[in-house]
Design a protein. Structure first.
Length: 214
């Protein structure tokens, strides 16, 4: 019996990695909506059935890309924060800059993480990875808010969520490296830094007076 017609996927050296790389290339080119597991298999040089030995379905492969994206984001944010060094407010600003840099440098990761509409509850690893990334921001917010007087001290979780929403909004609208980027009369980094400073000042966390205070 001849085996010359055997499907290529059976002896693929590292099929899982090849599929992830193919998925990332597709997402970078066409976004999550342009991704199919069949096309990822074709680019990886395997049969259409081969991916299902590693991933339950297309969402499973997208979730793997998103998990890796959140892990990479966690590292980037932690490096920027540096445990609040050299000074907490400056380090907090560095987190925002790192977030923008990640969105610009890793469009495939960013799209899989935030635009693929993956059901995170169906993928516990994805939920855990996203929580690890947010934990960096929340830990930084806890350090910032701890310096405020207890009466009227803003909740660290609220601050972390507000700053995340601000950074994500600036990144999505103005900081992308693709055609979806909007034009600005300033850099996205300057826009985020100004917004962050105004926000922290309004809470009495970065100099100036608390809004409504004396």
């Amino acid at each position: 019996m001849s085996w010359t017609g055997q499907k290529r996927g059976y002896h693929h050296g590292n099929l899982r990695e090849a599929l992830v790389e193919a998925a990332m290339a597709l997402i970078a080119e066409s976004g999550p909506a342009g991704f199919t597991i069949a096309e990822a298999a074709r680019r990886a040089g395997v049969s259409p059935a081969a991916p299902y030995r590693h991933f339950r379905d297309a969402e499973g492969l997208l979730a793997e890309v998103a998990v890796r994206g959140f892990d990479a984001l966690s590292l980037s944010l932690a490096r920027a924060w540096r445990d609040g060094k050299p000074e907490p407010i400056q380090a907090f600003e560095n987190i925002g800059r790192a977030y923008l840099a990640f969105a610009r440098a890793e469009p495939a990761f960013y799209a899989a993480m935030f635009e693929a509409r993956i059901n995170a509850e169906a993928h516990p690893g994805l939920l855990t990875a996203s929580e690890r990334a947010f934990a960096v921001l929340r830990g930084a917010a806890e350090t910032i808010t701890a310096a405020a007087p207890k009466p009227g001290r803003p909740p660290a979780l609220m601050v972390a969520l507000h700053v995340w929403a601000m950074a994500h909004g600036v990144a999505s609208l103005f900081g992308r490296g693709d055609a979806g980027r909007r034009k600005l009369p300033m850099s996205p980094e300057d826009l985020l830094e100004a917004g962050l400073l105004l926000y922290l000042q309004s809470l009495g966390l970065a100099g100036g007076s608390r809004a409504g205070g004396s």
